[in-house]
Design a protein around this ligand. Structure first.
Ligand code: BES
Ligand code: ZN
Length: 861
């Protein structure tokens, strides 16, 4: 079972970048930067899963081995001097280490780094120079050899090294930006999760090997230099007065993947949380105002989490910084959280409601990690789901606290819950826990939880068999479909319930169908918001009696849409639920859940599409944004599928008919007293009507677009996406040119992204080609190329073919850019399935997609 949580989990942490030519392995890496061709393979069990189908083409891999624990770090004294012109850096490491077991070798992680000198100074003893550095490039390790054994006890390991500020958005890398005057410059920034700290300095790059860090940066004196901790000293560099040496306070004991530094030009806004933490939001220069919204969220959220976890945030400061080139959405580095610009910056005039909501969720997510992940860290990457799972859930708590009017928990059901069900129903899903290599002896298990520890605690607190129930969910892939039928017996309702594995590709027919321990709750029409009965289904089928239910009352399973399963009702039961949708007596999450279940059943070929369309018609009176959003997304999938058939025009008509009443009710102008959800709903409905060719909407969109372009009446931020989409969908080459001009003129990344995402809607084949070429141009930031190509792939039959051909034709360039990271998996996913824009806007994509990646590689070859 993948659960909600998988969406943030990327496989990048199990990748390995290795030189293709084994002869190069022992040569210093820097010399080879321009000659080595990299290829990506995955390690560990996940690797094994991925290659099972194509072992014939893949080379044998040595089994993965964790670092030896005979020498481990206590404190890293680290000084780095980046060169923002030549894109290199020099580093000096002085690590206090503990030798557990006498040895004449130290094995550390190290990748794309050239060691110049290394030595070991035993406490109170003589310095011993290392006599060899043996790089095991494939394993991203280096073995330092010493002429004599290092004895048990403390000592200092000294290493001088050099590296490259790469352009791959991982490790210590360069990020391009333009000054307000338009000059192109570079910042030096980091992204270490999961295993890229080793690209910035030799280290023990495993989450359980924690140490303290004393970091110094030598930087041009006109640049901002930031790291996890506050600055404690700043002095001119003795040899070069254009440089400053900035020293940061000692960190708490922490994992390497959470270390960060940033050197660049930024402005900031500052606040103080009620519990005394200094919060700063760093923005590109001249845009400090755009940091205010995130600052407000962070200042409110820190004390909320302090109370909620009952543990204070341990650092004196936290910085949130927007980085121009950033592969993920955001990263929770302790005390220095990095974000894509669009996940942090809000302009009061030019940002739309969905951007605000996204920023609030991302800030809430990364701040939750300051506790879940940073303070308490998983013992090994196998347990990463504990990290990402909790943060992905707690971000909603935060947003609900800061913005109760967002009704964010209903949105959770559509954005996270149903999305997780969709993915986990695929044949290439995986259990929550994927064994990423063997678990070896760790230094100390304190504060390094494993999944079983969580179940133990919950079991003790509840007195219930949590571990037994939960292991059926975390260790098995997928989830069940619950098949229900009913019979009235006097005053009682008898339910016949059975379970079998739900598969997106059709019902599970195999003999060995897995079983789950399924907590099932049931409500009736008498009180739709209240659970009448709870049972634990622990067998393939059972019969349940609900007392005193009159024959005219409906019975519904899974009130609140919280259980992780799909439901298939008998026709009569389903029929009895329809009036509850029409008259809104069923709760919004239940209306949403019913529709979503039925849609996925039809997608799996288990029921006819006509049944879903009939159900959708019952939503004529629907007022709820999230319900519409989910339904609209599913209709989008259907419409894409039908674009391959003669029914294309019919489904457009169906969409127009379904959305016209709500469109008329909402109109184009924001009315007094409206809030966040009304703005979201208006954008959704007008976009849907426009795209489906609803004439009055198309005409009005064209009129407003013209006024916008001519500067007569600037479109409100919330109307831009639907208007851009509508005019492009029904536009010609002049429309595309105007849109590209707007893109060039846009100062905000949010606006550029907004345009990039809809460009693919253009219909003419030659214009589609133009959009694809644009995707790889200098005008699109590397991390955003995928959404342009994805937009093309998701918009039409021709677009999908053209995008796929484009990916194949440009594979080398794309592969070189993303190096097997999560952006490439996102690209492949976009090329292959059809999802609506709202659901693919998350920057990170699913775990299992990378498993596809290898097959696709093969296919392209
Ligand atoms: N820690 C992750 C980012 C990450 C995970 C980087 C695995 C590298 C490997 C971060 O907390 C995260 O989940 N980021 C999300 C944004 C979030 C709000 C959903 C992302 O980048 O999509
Ligand atoms: Zn996260």
């Amino acid at each position: 079972m993948l659960l909600v949580l998988g969406r943030r989990v990327s496989l990048s942490f199990v990748k390995r970048v290795i030189p293709q030519d084994p002869v190069l392995l022992s040569k210093p890496i820097l010399q080879n930067f321009r000659t080595i061709k990299f290829r990506v393979i995955h390690s560990s069990t996940v690797f094994a899963i991925a290659t099972r189908q194509n072992t014939d083409t893949m080379p044998e891999r040595r089994p993965f081995v964790r670092l030896p624990t005979d020498v481990y770090p206590v404190n890293y004294g680290l000084c780095l001097k980046p060169d923002l012109i030549d894109f290199t850096f020099e580093g000096k490491l002085e690590a206090i280490v503990e030798v557990n077991l006498a040895t004449n070798q130290i094995v550390m992680n190290c990748a794309d780094i050239d060691i110049i000198t290394a030595s070991f100074v035993p406490e109170g003893g003589e310095e011993i120079n290392a006599t060899g550095f043996n790089y095991q490039n494939e394993d991203e390790k280096v073995t330092l050899s010493f002429p004599s054994a290092l004895q048990k006890g403390s000592g200092t390991l000294k290493i001088d090294f050099v590296g490259e500020l790469n352009d791959k958005m991982k490790g210590f890398y360069r990020s391009k930006y333009a000054t307000p005057a338009g000059e192109i410059r570079y910042a030096a920034v980091t992204q270490f999760e999961a295993t890229d700290a080793r690209r910035a300095f030799p280290c023990w790059d495993e989450p359980a090997i924690k140490a303290t860090f004393d970091i110094s940066l030598i930087v041009p004196k006109d640049r901002v230099a930031l790291s996890n901790m506050n600055v404690i000293d700043r002095k001119p560099h003795p040899e070069d007065d254009s440089l400053l040496e900035v020293k940061f306070a000692t960190t708490p004991i922490m994992s390497t993947y959470l270390v960060a530094f940033v050197i660049g030009e930024y402005d900031f806004v500052e606040g103080q949380s009620s519990d005394g933490v200094t919060v700063r939001v760093y923005t590109p220069t001249g845009k400090a105002e755009q940091g205010k919204f995130a600052l407000e969220v962070a200042v409110k959220t820190l004390p909320f989490y302090n109370d909620y976890f009952n543990v204070p945030y341990p650092l004196p400061k936290i910085d949130l910084i927007a980085i121009a080139d950033f592969a993920a959405g955001a990263m929770e580095n302790w005390g220095l959280v990095t974000y894509r610009e669009t996940a942090l910056l809000i302009d009061p005039k030019n940002s739309c409601s969905s951007s605000r909501q996204w920023v609030a969720l991302v800030v809430g997510h990364e701040l939750a990690h300051q506790w879940f992940g940073n303070l308490v860290t998983m013992e090994w990457w196998t347990h990463l789901w504990l990290n990402e799972g909790f943060a992905s859930w707690i971000e909603y708590l935060c947003v609900d606290h800061c913005f109760p009017d967002y009704d964010i928990w209903t949105q959770f059901v559509s954005a996270d819950y149903t999305r997780a069900l969709d993915l986990d129903a695929l044949d290439n899903s995986h259990p929550i826990e994927v064994y990423v290599n063997v678990r070896e002896v760790s230094l100390s298990d304190e504060c390094k939880p494993r999944t079983v520890d969580l179940w133990d605690c919950l079991e003790q607190a509840s007195g219930k068999p949590i571990a037994l129930v939960m292991s059926s969910w975390t260790k098995q892939m997928g989830f069940p479909i619950i098949v229900v039928d009913q019979e009235q017996q006097g005053d009682d309702r008898i339910l016949k319930i059975s379970q079998k594995k739900f598969c997106a590709s059709g019902p599970h027919n195999g003999e060995d169908c897995p079983n789950w321990m399924v907590p099932i709750s049931i409500c009736t029409g008498e009180d739709p918001g209240c659970t009448k009965l709870k049972v634990l289904l622990d067998s393939p089928e059972t019969t349940i009696t609900i007392n005193s239910v009159s024959p005219d009352q409906w019975v519904k399973i899974n009130p609140g849409t919280v259980g992780f399963y799909r439901i298939q009702y008998s026709s009569a039961m389903l029929e009895s639920l329809l009036p509850g949708i029409r008259d809104l007596t069923l709760l919004p999450v239940d209306r949403l859940g019913l529709q979503n279940d039925l849609f996925s059943l039809s997608r799996a070929g288990m029921i006819s599409t006509v049944e879903v369309l009939k159900l959708m018609e019952a939503f004529v009176n629907e007022p709820n944004y999230t319900v519409w959003s989910d339904l609209s997304c599913n209709l989008g999938v259907l419409s894409s599928l039908l674009s391959h058939t003669d029914f294309h025009e019919e489904i457009q008509e169906f969409i127009r008919d379904l959305f016209t009443p709500i469109g008329l009710k909402l109109g184009w102008e924001c009315k007094q007293g409206e809030g966040h959800l009304d703005a979201l709903l208006r954008g959704l409905v007008l976009g849907k009507l426009g795209k489906a060719g609803h004439k009055p909407t198309l005409e009005e969109a064209r009129r407003r677009f013209k006024d916008h372009v001519e500067g007569k009446q600037i479109l409100s931020a919330d109307l831009r996406s639907p208007v851009y989409l509508t005019v492009l969908k029904h536009g010609d080459s002049a429309t595309l040119d105007t849109m590209l001009k707007l893109h060039k003129q846009a100062d905000m990344q949010e606006e550029k992204n907004r345009i990039e995402r809809v460009l693919g809607a253009i219909s003419a084949p030659d214009l589609i080609q133009k959009v694809l070429t644009f995707a790889l141009s200098e005008d699109v930031r590397p991390q955003d190329t995928v959404s342009v190509i994805g937009g093309v792939a998701g918009s039409s039959k021709h677009g999908r073919k053209a995008a796929w051909k484009f990916v194949k034709d440009n594979w080398e360039e794309l592969h070189n850019r993303y190096q097997g990271g999560f952006l490439i998996s996102r690209l492949i996913k976009r090329g292959h399935c059809i999802r609506c824009i709202s659901k693919v806007s998350r920057p990170l994509d699913f775990f299992h997609i990378l498993l596809h990646y290898r097959l696709i590689l093969k296919c392209i070859k």
